[in-house]
Design a protein around this ligand. Structure first.
Ligand code: SAM
Length: 285
């Protein structure tokens, strides 16, 4: 049970999302054990070793490198990692660019693990983690140079609040980059997906609707970079390496234990255009 206040009044859909993730977040001790099992170093802990378990999205750390590139992050930037999970993106961005990063997540258990990892790595001066929702952020206006959203928007019901809050906390000229899921051209989506057993914790919408929300919230939408092919390649690699470790029943961090059923739905979801995956880049006017 988390020591953070999870009982703060929240929209029901956000409480369901936090409940969904609570049991799927690895504790600090569990992460160390997983690294040790994989023969990876834990003293000192490095972002490279941790990336095997703390990048809770398609493409792993390579996708976070793409976010860095699309957001043109430099060492002087203050970056928000919205929906940061256990802080994998936040730590990677800080380590690879020298930027200061603030992570924000709804799930208390994720926040606690993220803080424990940052503390163990001596990163607390450059990577801070806050508990809260992307739809009502605990930050002042024009605080950030960059907002990153990696595999989080698909689970947020109040998407207009998401867009207006991102615009509010970004300085004029700041950059917003999503790496996220949208509804594809061909329905229905097959469940389960890594973020939901069904539609009760999944709030997908077509890309065009998010683009329209961003435009009416004061953003200029610049580009969408489709990740269908790279997503399918990544799933094929993940499936091949899971087969090799057939005796190990643990899925990727944050995925339900039954990794094969996720792969069974996600391959057709992407291949047959039930889901659209990509990078969406916008700038704050
Ligand atoms: C698939 S994980 C991705 C974590 C991280 N972005 C990464 O890529 O490693 C989704 C995360 O979004 C968080 N989340 C869902 N709804 C949120 C909201 N309204 N505000 C903040 N975080 C949210 C969940 O708690 C979970 O940690």
């Amino acid at each position: 049970m988390s020591k953070l206040d999870s009982s703060a009044e929240r929209p029901e859909s956000e409480q369901r999302a936090a409940d969904y993730w609570a049991s799927r977040m690895s504790s600090f001790e569990r992460i160390l054990a997983r690294l040790e099992d994989a023969g990876l170093p834990t003293e000192p802990l490095t972002v490279e070793a941790l990336s095997r378990v703390d990048q809770m999205h398609m493409g792993g750390a390579a996708s976070t490198d793409e976010l860095i590139k699309f957001a043109s992050i430099t060492a002087t930037d203050l970056v928000l990692d919205a929906g940061c999970g256990i802080g994998g993106t936040s730590r990677w961005v800080a380590a690879k660019t020298g930027a200061s990063v603030i992570g924000l997540d709804l799930t208390p258990e994720a926040v606690e693990t993220a803080i424990a990892l940052n503390t163990a790595m001596g990163l607390n001066d450059r990577v801070q983690i806050h508990h809260g929702s992307i739809t009502a952020m605990p930050f002042g206006d024009s605080t950030f140079d960059v907002v990153l959203i990696q595999h989080c928007a698909m689970q947020v019901e109040a998407k207009t609040d998401l867009a207006t809050e991102c615009r509010r906390v970004l300085r004029p000229g700041g950059r917003l980059v999503f790496h996220d899921w949208f509804l594809g051209a061909d329905q229905p989506v097959l469940y389960p997906v890594p973020w939901a057993a069904g539609e009760e914790t999944s709030f997908l919408e077509p890309l065009e609707e998010m683009e329209a929300r961003l435009s009416s919230s004061g953003f200029t939408v610049e580009e969408f970079i489709d990740q269908k092919e790279s997503g399918l390649q990544w799933l094929a690699q993940a499936r091949a390496s899971a087969k090799k470790k057939a005796t190990d029943d643990r899925g990727p961090n944050g995925s339900p234990r039954d990794g094969s059923s996720i792969s069974d739905t996600m391959v057709p979801n992407i291949r047959d255009d039930h889901l659209l995956l990509g990078f969406l880049i916008a700038s704050a006017g």
